[in-house]
Design a protein around this ligand. Sequence first.
Ligand code: HAM
Length: 423
Amino acid sequence: MKRWHRPRGTADILPPESRRWQKIEALIRSVARRYGYEEIRTPTFEYTELFHRGVGDTTDIVQKETYTFEDRGGRSLTLRPEGTAAVMRAYLENGLQARPQPVKLYYIMSIFRYEKPEAGRLRQHHQFGVELLGSPHPLWDAEVIALGYRAVRESGLRRLELRLNSIGCPVCRPRYREALLEYYRPLKEKLCRDCQVRLERNPLRLLDCKEDRQYAEEAPRSVDYLCDDCRRHHEAVKGALWDLGIPFREDFTLVRGLDYYTRTVFEFVHEELGEKAALFGGGRYDGLAEALGGPPVPGIGFGLGLERWLAALEAEGVRGDEEEGPDLFVAAPGTEGEHLLPLLEGLRDRGFWVETDYGGRSLKSLMKLADRKRARWVAMVGAEELERGRFLLRNLATGEQTEHPLEDFESIVTAALGGGVRR
Ligand code: HAM
């Protein structure tokens, strides 16, 4: 016997689980709209260089986690390991600078990272992302955080914590980098192997290491090295969060795993997901456009993993996949059902969810099917009813059943189901 497996670290999303996805996606679109964000869709793969330049050569994501392949034309392509670099590429390539700034975009996209499959880590996951491009103003940082916070709060999540930090800009970061090097160099032998390599190449990343946590706690703090502009920016973001009543904790070891960040960085963590798996994270990336060879375009955004969001909801007891069923199930025992199609289409024109089964099953098995599908009403238009030019309508909640002339089928059913266009 042949057995098929999905690739490691991927998942099938089946009903009724897919209902939870749809619900959350509807919430995303509703929240994004309220803040004036429009959807962007970019290709699933990009030229590999985009991520090397955008996300950074020394990051784990680029060094260890990309799915990279050569196409038949010999070009190196990479399945997107994140969304921000691709969105910035699209902004630059399509001349979105010409539109009123800032440009506010959101996406729901699949993301590919070759990670060790463990709790909360998939090789294909899905992100709701938001990118605001074209303004350096700190109040946008606060508004972007508020958008993400609203989305997760409206979904029902409560046990969240926002962590905030500022990692400065090219003006003040070199000084901070030096301070870090000075602190970490004497500790080199005690650091994990990855961190020994990171030390010279990208010392900020040392703060991120889960193994060498005890050293990070004592390390110099980026907020103590900020230039005046960065400090003002950071104070403005914090002040706005206070005004909005969004609680946060300053986390001086928060640096995030992508190289494009400047100034504001933040993560929302959830009790149940643990320290290693943030619910969502983001920050400002004022140097990204230039790193990609474009003009300066400041930006701020976040990425929120839908799988983690749904897992956190489940942990808080919010399932959101309550079964719904069709408005009407039409049963036609003793016939193939050829007379049903026009009846069903008429009701679907009016917006009802209507189902049936063709092929002459018995009344008993049709009623069982209607029940399993959780239909609200059943209409019986079987061989017997056809002969008499009548049909029966049964309310499954009350058991009440009435009989009517078949020629009035559509108007009577519509009235019983509660008027036209439901959705
Ligand atoms: P990130 O922190 O790498 O940021 O990913 C964002 C979110 O995606 C994480 O907080 C998590 O919810 C989810 N996620 C990441 N990796 C996995 C995985 N292997 N399995 C399941 N979920 C995962 C970014 O990607 C940035 N592009 C976010 C951003 C947008 N920054 C500015 N704009």
